[in-house]
Design a protein around this ligand. Structure first.
Ligand SMILES: [Zn+2]
Length: 256
């Protein structure tokens, strides 16, 4: 059995680690080199593989130092990112010693290139900034809301019990917006109370499950929300992809 660990990093990031019974470790993204290395030393763990989701600094800042000090460790990710040793495009299966198989998913949208890593046996999805609990990553100038919609559609085909390991603790803010969109969603209200209790104890709300996200995350519920989003934004009734793109823009304004 593998252990899945979320290390709090910066203000509201998580650095995810997957730890094998042999005490080897896969790090998903390396935003903070010192945080990672100190944790490994304190727990007598050996880093053997790095998986990178996307180019943003809070996911890659520690890579140069890691490559300089641990040149033997393979770093998987998109070729557009510096310090990648093994390039991926999405669609590959990685078989990693001590850990088994990962399906690599192309989940672009937040940025032009974005990968997610799905551990097939333990149903763990490391989705970077493509999916958060209650929300999804905002669309950067090089990204595309249409692509983000298709990426979330792809993720939603994974098993319901998939554990969603997003890279930010944005859950309570996301759920406040979700409540604004779906004030009568009972599952959302119950989940929001649950997450508030977790945060009061300084505990992570992640991982979530895909089952939960489909009940509470408006960005996975666009097929149900066309009329509501049209009403809120004074648009004609919207298709699911139009609903997603409009909702994503609307959330940007709502947060501002
Ligand atoms: Zn990002």
């Amino acid at each position: 059995m593998l252990s899945n660990i979320a290390l709090p990093m910066f203000d509201d990031n998580y650095l995810w680690l997957l730890v094998s019974p042999q005490k080897s470790v896969i790090a998903i993204d390396v935003g903070d080199y010192a945080l990672l290395i100190n944790y490994l030393q304190a727990h007598q763990l050996t880093l053997t593989t790095v998986l990178i989701t996307h180019r943003h600094h809070d996911h890659t800042n520690g890579l140069a130092e890691l490559r300089a000090t641990h040149p033997q460790i393979p770093v998987y990710g998109h070729h557009s990112i510096a310090h990648i040793t093994h390039t991926l495009a999405g669609g590959e299966i990685l078989n990693i010693k001590d850990f088994g198989r990962f399906l690599v998913l192309d989940t672009k949208g937040h940025t032009q290139y974005h990968l997610a890593y799905y551990h097939l046996q333990q149903k763990l999805l490391y989705c970077g900034d493509s999916l958060f609990s209650g929300g999804c990553g905002r669309i950067f100038p090089d990204g595309s809301a249409e692509n983000a919609y298709h990426s979330l559609q792809k993720i939603s085909l994974l098993p319901q019990e998939t554990q969603v390991c997003g890279s930010h603790e944005y859950t309570l803010d996301n759920l406040a917006f979700a409540q604004h969109i779906e004030p009568n969603n009972q599952a959302l209200t119950v989940y929001q109370q649950h997450c508030q209790q977790l945060r009061q104890q300084n505990l992570a709300t992640l991982p979530s499950t895909l089952r939960t996200e489909k009940r509470i995350n408006p960005f996975l519920r666009c097929h149900l929300l066309g009329a509501r989003v049209a009403d809120l934004t004074q648009q004609p009734v919207l298709t699911p992809i139009q609903t997603f793109c409009t909702l994503r823009r609307y959330k940007g304004q709502w947060n501002a």
